[in-house]
Design a protein around this ligand. Structure first.
Ligand code: SF4
Length: 60
């Protein structure tokens, strides 16, 4: 299973939470991963690429 996390460069734009609410949730102004299996790896990678600060990390 791939490891997915949000690093501390997140600016809290909420784009990932809007895109994949089963995977990401807001926590004190930043996104966090609540369930890495809440979407396909492909969807998570697309969302990571769309993050403006490249804060979403995926390790396969
Ligand atoms: S898309 Fe990136 S910057 Fe925006 S909330 Fe998610 S992790 Fe943070």
């Amino acid at each position: 299973m791939a490891k997915v996390w949000v690093d501390d460069t997140c600016i809290g734009c909420e784009a990932c939470v809007d895109a994949l609410p089963d995977v990401f949730q807001m926590d004190d102004g930043k996104a966090k991963v609540v369930n890495p299996e809440g979407a396909s790896l492909e969807e998570i990678k697309e969302t990571a690429e769309a993050c403006p600060t490249e804060s979403i990390k995926v390790e396969e």
